[in-house]
Write a new protein. Structure first.
Length: 281
């Protein structure tokens, strides 16, 4: 196991570990999927837990220990359309897992733009929901929206796979998020790594649109609300396509109506994937 991924033992106390620490225990419980408030309540009351809470908390910690003790890197892939909260979820999941490498397919695309001209690779020089202009000019239609998006995705995934390969060569875990992580276009299994893939979606259109207002505010206008609102129908079209691919390829779809619940569900996927396979199977 690479000690670069996990530097501290679990704070359970005892002869073989560090003394019991309420703060470290709370952090471990948060990583295992509990809310911050509940984690601190349990850490403070660890010696007087009722049977139900105690068993549930210890079960989560055991599952988290399985992740902690893995002898191979974890690659967490968080896909979904623009504005579904991928970066927020990915960052929080990485923190809970102790993973220091978090990147986005947008970053990969931006890097590729520096090396490939608009004439040579036009699709990457547009936003994902505007890439159809590389095929049909300014008069996009539903076919060109999806077609342009897929052309851009194929190009960006070349760089994404290179980033994953580099992380694996160095033995690092990684959380990768982005609209270009389309189910079926990256392998579900990668030799030498535990791959956990999911897609975020927002069913309610008004809730989805509200995320772009938050983007505008947080970025101080660098990511203007109007740009995304004008292209909202195309963004929703791409979301429908991605969700359809997820269902076809058996990739879990997580409804991001509540950010804490979405983070918890991604953590559940990681914890479940890391559980040891029972003997005889």
């Amino acid at each position: 196991m690479s000690d670069r991924r996990y530097r501290q033992p679990l704070p359970l106390g005892g002869e073989d570990g560090l003394p019991f620490s309420k703060g470290l225990m709370a952090r471990a419980l948060i990583a295992a999927g509990l809310s911050a408030d509940r984690a601190y309540e349990l850490a403070l009351a660890v010696e007087t837990l009722g049977q139900e809470d105690g068993q549930a908390a210890m079960q989560r910690l055991r599952r988290y220990r399985d992740v902690y003790e893995l002898d191979r890197p974890i690659i967490v892939l968080v896909g979904g359309a623009t504005g579904t909260g991928k970066s927020t979820v990915a960052t929080d999941v990485a923190y809970r897992l102790g993973i220091t490498r978090v990147t986005s397919t947008d970053f990969v695309r931006q890097t590729m733009r520096a090396f490939f001209s608009r004439e040579f690779m036009p699709a990457i020089h547009h936003s994902s929901f505007e890439a159809g202009r590389a095929l049909a000019g300014d008069e996009q239609n539903s076919d060109s929206v999806v077609g342009g998006f897929l052309e851009q995705t194929r190009e960006v995934l070349v760089g994404v796979r290179a980033a994953i390969d580099r992380a694996l060569e160095e033995g690092w875990s990684m959380v990768l998020e982005g609209v270009h992580l389309v189910p079926g276009m990256l392998p579900k299994e990668i030799e030498g790594a535990l791959v956990v893939e999911c897609v975020l979606g927002i069913d309610d259109a008004e809730a989805h649109a509200s995320h772009f207002w938050i983007r505008d505010t947080d970025s101080e206008g660098v990511r203007p609300y109007e740009k995304y609102l004008d292209a909202f129908d195309d963004i929703r079209l791409i979301q429908a396509y991605i969700l359809g691919r997820a269902r076809k390829h058996g990739v879990p779809v997580i409804e991001n109506g509540n950010i804490e619940e979405a983070i918890g569900k991604v953590m559940e996927l990681v914890l479940a994937a890391a559980q040891p396979v029972p003997a005889g199977r």
